[in-house]
Design a protein around this ligand. Sequence first.
Ligand code: TYD
Ligand code: MG
Length: 455
Amino acid sequence: MTKEKKIFVCQECGHISVRWLGKCPSCGAWNSFYEERTNQATTFHEKQKPHLISEIKSSDNIRVSTTIGELDRTLGGGLVGGAVVLLSGEPGIGKSTLVLLVSARLSGQGKKVLYISAEESLQQVSMRAERLGIKNAGTLFFVPENELKTIGEALESVMPDTVIVDSVQMIYDSEFDYPFGSVFQVKRAAQFFIEWAKKGNHSVFLIGHITKEGSIAGPKILEHLVDVVLYFEGDRLSNLRILRGMKNRFGSTDEIGVFKMDSSGLVEVPDSSRLFVSSISAAHPGLVIFPAQEGRRTILVEIQSLITTSYLGVPRRTFTGLDYNRVNLVLAVLEKKLRMNLASRDVYFNVSGGLRITESAADLAIAVASISSYRDVSCLPETVFIGEIALTGEIRPVQHIATRLKEAARLGFKQAFVPPGSEGVSSSGIKTVEVGWLGDIAGLAFKGAKDDIHR
Ligand code: TYD
Ligand code: MG
């Protein structure tokens, strides 16, 4: 038998220490260390025998459509029995609304759903249901409860096919003296529902809040325990919401789902490719259109840049919706290869609609937006830019070029600047201009532009 050891765990972030500490060296929380024993059960264990691979049936994992196409797409084609899905997002983004919609749709197919509302009263949930126009959900049960034993009893009495836990941070086991939302309680709750899902081949949605500061324990710690991790995100100011797969043991993670949140609820947006572009012909300095690839779907987005004289000791660089290091790399290449003077400039970037672009294929669009704002000239209208930029200033090929061009052509774009040797470009119905070096783009991408970047 292994010897029992005492450890202290920060209940905010999970940092482990061999002695008690007043302040967590990892997350800076005060009085957050609780004693745990290494054999103390946060998990429920079941013995397993080895199986031959030929004996294992994959048909156990039949997918059930939630009838919400955008969610099915993000899940990899529907909900798998026995799958535990963690839905994370900032408070107020629409997680409860989405899972309520899922509950109603599953109930509409005759599935029994138990919605554990640990945060809101039944009145609040019913008000939301009314707002969403949910009626006749005859197999949808609610329980306003957050204690694990009582929840266990509710599960036994309802015997649901699917369970919604809203939110997992509010569930606790009264047997253990740890506070709400602590690492221990959140893990314990998650393990309880995971075990329940696996035992009966049921599906579970765990809702988890995250904040910008990441100050609430939970989702991060749970991510490796669950099968699927979905992030619900969006710009508070716009009503667009994006559901993004971050982990999926049953499918790919590069699909996104697009929704609109309006007064009548959450609406799917299946044809989202031009939602993020205000107009294909609007030309403003600093504005460039980029066909982003999100899984199998192309979405055209506006990349907006603003480069102004800085009045600060350290100029400001604020990039929203783009990878910070990637933009800095492009700016460094522009500075070195095109001799743009950015040392005393503030640089701002934004991506329309709150979308996040991390692909290196956006490098060329970022560069053109920078040059456009720096020189205060608009780039050519009805034009898109695709390409990765190497440190040498060369423009490199990217993936899915044909798909991107096809979608741009469908939406009425006339011209695309692409890396040399891009395949499948001739059939896409859009004029393509191959550029191999960043220096060339400065003379080509702007109306009546000469190669006068050095002025
Ligand atoms: P909610 O699902 O409660 O967010 P979360 O569970 O992620 O905290 O949604 C909160 C916001 O959504 C709230 O500000 C109101 C808005 N909303 C609508 O705009 N339309 C609707 O039909 C509903 C139900 C909510
Ligand atoms: Mg909620």
